[in-house]
Design a protein around this ligand. Structure first.
Ligand code: P5A
Length: 437
């Protein structure tokens, strides 16, 4: 992509409305713009990152054996009346009437819709276990939408739902999602710690929130400091057999959110207790028969009798995760993207636009990298070098190739690592090789 043609409206100044660093940087890097309170347009740069995160989430759901479908954003209010949550959900749920006066809601979550699918489409015990998920926009009419994508009203969520016959089977599904989450967040470049949590309007009695530690987090959390160095399960983990020991290990130390803070337990941790602020990037729930009971979700058992389904649900705030990644990875100059979610892998900066040699060398590298399938953003604008350096640092691509006539006279360009600041001089051919090897 050529920056001269790209819609990436960066801002020099800090926008006054942004109180936390991720919100500031997403606005300044031209990634999002507010369309209404808590509702955002995702500009091209921001949308590229959102899709990268979404893809990692998808791959890890698939690896754990979950199946992707897509449910609508607008849901039939009758289903919510059946589950008993229509009144209970309160003003956070956006309620709409269509032209026939039929009541709809903009889904804040999708337990009702998926349980309606399950009770009609999953008929026999032989069809369990099943985990179904979708990645879809949700709407919650938060009293105080704030911090940009962290607490939006419209936000992208991955929500998965499990259907099992017994508690043991349901717990196994819970473990699958638990392990998938450890891998998902690690691949996105953040360290998320599972913490005992309460279940709120979703219901159930077993739940963990996955928390990324950050000063700007909305939650006060407590955990054993060994969580910071615990090993993430490998991609070869067997989702049929390896899970309980991993779950045991990751829940063996103390970790709890506020509501679940327990002074006596915390005291036992002694000096190893970490008290910090945290961002909840995901939450998993085992809710048993809560929806099966109210919505009559059952399958035919081996003996021909109906068995009520044991359920769980598993959410990831996909758009919030982007904010959390930035909170965890930035410096004074801007964002530092982990490679896995970076909008482009490398930016080419032509510092001497108009000088034939520099124009030619940077064009040539751009075309070769493009042809090799490397995601590259080429700053071909006729701007001062200083402006280009700060733009590239602000948007945080993992690498920069800096091209100028002075270097080219010696036959070199510079590769800069955004994270470490490390620079090295290499020939243009070596630079191409570095990114294509
Ligand atoms: C789990 C999936 C649920 O809704 N039902 C389906 C369950 N869980 S949850 O914890 O309420 O939400 C899941 C994740 O969504 C993110 N999230 C938000 N992100 C941005 N803005 C919001 N207003 C918002 N509300 C929730 C969180 O990451 C949460 O863990």
């Amino acid at each position: 992509m050529r920056l001269s043609r790209y819609l990436m409206p960066t801002l020099k100044e800090n926008p006054v409305e942004a109180q936390i660093v991720s919100h500031r940087l997403m606005l300044r890097a031209g990634m999002i713009r507010q369309a209404a309170a808590g509702i955002y347009t995702w500009l091209p740069l921001g949308y590229r990152v959102l899709r990268k995160i979404e893809q990692i989430v998808r791959e890890e759901q698939d690896r754990a054996g979950a199946q992707e479908l897509l449910m609508p954003t607008l849901q039939n209010a009758d289903l919510w009346k059946q589950s008993g949550r229509y009144d209970a959900y309160g003003p956070e749920m956006l309620r709409i009437k269509d032209r026939h006066d039929r009541e709809l809601v903009y889904g804040p979550t999708a337990e009702e819709v998926i349980n309606d699918i399950a009770r009609t489409e999953i008929k026999s015990y032989k069809e369990t276990p099943k985990i179904l998920y979708n990645i879809q926009w949700k709407f919650r009419d938060e009293v105080r939408p704030r911090f940009g994508v962290m607490r939006g009203r419209e936000f992208l969520m991955k929500d998965a739902y499990s259907f099992d016959l017994t508690y043991e089977a349901a717990k196994h599904s819970y473990n699958k999602m638990f392990v998938a989450y450890l891998r998902t967040f690690a691949r996105c470049g953040v360290h998320a710690i599972p913490m005992k949590a309460s279940t709120g309007p979703i219901g159930g009695d077993l739940s963990h929130e996955f928390i990324v530690l950050a000063e700007t987090g909305e939650e006060q959390v407590y955990c054993h400091k060994d969580y910071l160095t615990m090993e993430i399960p490998s991609e070869n983990v067997d989702y049929d057999s390896d899970l309980e020991p991993i779950y045991q290990k990751w829940t063996s130390l103390y970790a709890a959110t506020e509501e679940k803070f327990d002074e006596t337990e915390a005291k036992k941790v002694g000096d190893n207790l970490l008290s910090a602020r945290g961002i909840e990037v995901g939450q998993v729930f085992y809710y048993g028969k809560k929806y099966s009971n109210t919505m009559n979700v059952s399958v035919m058992g081996e003996d021909g009798k109906p068995i009520l389904i044991e359920g769980g649900c598993y959410g990831i705030g996909v758009s919030r995760l982007m904010g959390a990644i930035i909170e965890a990875s930035h410096d004074d100059n801007g964002i530092i993207w982990p490679e896995s979610v970076a909008p482009f892998k490398v930016g080419i900066i032509n510092t001497t636009v108009g000088k034939e040699e520099a124009d030619k060398a940077s064009e040539d590298m751009y075309k070769k990298l493009q042809a090799a399938g490397v995601e590259v953003l080429f700053d071909d604008r006729d701007e001062r070098a200083g402006v280009k350096f700060s733009t590239m640092d602000l948007i945080g691509l993992p690498y920069q190739i800096i091209v100028g006539v002075r270097g080219l006279a010696k036959g070199v360009v510079e590769i800069k690592n955004r994270k470490t600041g490390e620079r090295k001089e290499v020939s243009p051919a070596e630079a191409i090789n570095f990114f294509t090897k």
